[in-house]
Design a protein around this ligand. Sequence first.
Ligand SMILES: [Zn+2]
Length: 458
Amino acid sequence: MEFNNVIFPCQSSAEAESRWDIHVKDGKACRILPSQHMPGEPPKLLLPALCHPHIHLDKAYILTCNNSFSNRHPDYSDLVPNTGSFDEALGNTSKAKQRYTDEDLYLRGRQLLATSYQQGVTCLRAFVELDHVTGSLPLTTAIRLKSEFAHLLEMQICAFAQDPLFSTAHGDENRLTITALLTEYASCIQALGTTPYVEESREASLRNIKWAITTAIHHRLHLDFHLDYNLATPLPPNQPMVFSVVQQLQAHDWLALADESKTIVLGHCTQLTVLCDSELEQLATIIIQSKLPIHFVGLPSSDLFMMGRPGLETNASQARPRGTLHVISMIRDLGLSACIGINNVGNAFTPLGSGDPLEMAAWCVAIYQAGTISEAMILYGCISWLARRAIGFGENPGCGNIVEGTSLQGMLMVQNKRHIKLPGTADGSELTIPARQRTNLKDIVWDPPPIETRSIVK
Ligand SMILES: [Zn+2]
């Protein structure tokens, strides 16, 4: 097999726009020569594949699947957002969960995984909700999907408690449900996720955190919290929960007791954006000194949709603080590990989007005011190698310099069109305009290539 006229945008900068002709045998580059391409021929780009560090499998496309034309699938059309509030999203999603069927979960899950693969994703952490309403159904469907897509996607299943475990009428039942499933399906589950902020009190949130830490250690799982999902200024002595998570991880001796390969991921954490620099620096110092494998994941589309709602009493309804973790600053200025995820697509928590990580990275240029070339590189990392690292997968194949003998893997972007052709005037002539060509990472992040031009090489 041959790949001609290929650029590796993640190579060291001196070679980043050089073009190569590569002969491939058994998946490995056996000969790499300077490209003999024709002048003006658009290059192909081979990029590290993408990763979803945080995506909800069972909740995807609830509002956009439009499967109810078949009477074998539930109708969710009455569950579209009305106020768009967080409580409404929680309530409508609870109602949706009561209607889940095996076939419906399987179809929406396949649609999400197929779309992700076409977008360039090769690994993901898939969240499945397990509680007194869903029982094991989202989990057993996820196991089926993981097997069906195993040749295309590396998929981690995260057993996830979206609902309270230590408060409300169903807390005990939810906890018993997920506890039983963690044992019954131990060989199929790689991560445990909970949502401490949905508990009714701070004390219950702390119990939720402790339970999740000890349970993850016991079952040798990755740990994943949905945390500090608000934009309120913390009232002393109550710091954001992230401080308690670090304390509890230390108190339960995560470093000594947890499997060395397991990581801790903290999602949302929007409240950190209201802290002052000295408080953030204090948090960063605590985390770095703890040596705990903590990674933050920003979930901008959900955060911007959900956070920053005006209060009922306000007389300035357009003053909306749009808070989401400033992932680039956390990496560059605070020395923390962080990445970016899609979280939800097509449901009451995030109605918008196609789930494309590259589209999200492009939006992050605006969201983070990150318009430099080095920031484009970090943003690509946040949906690729940094995301992979956060959820405990190894290094991304295809990230470093390509030399003969290395395996050729990644997302190939093929730009076929040299020209854009448009209808001309009545005499039949065409308008012919040279097409723009993408030649580096900045072009990819700022202006994501159409999905039809992407494919996975492995
Ligand atoms: Zn989530």
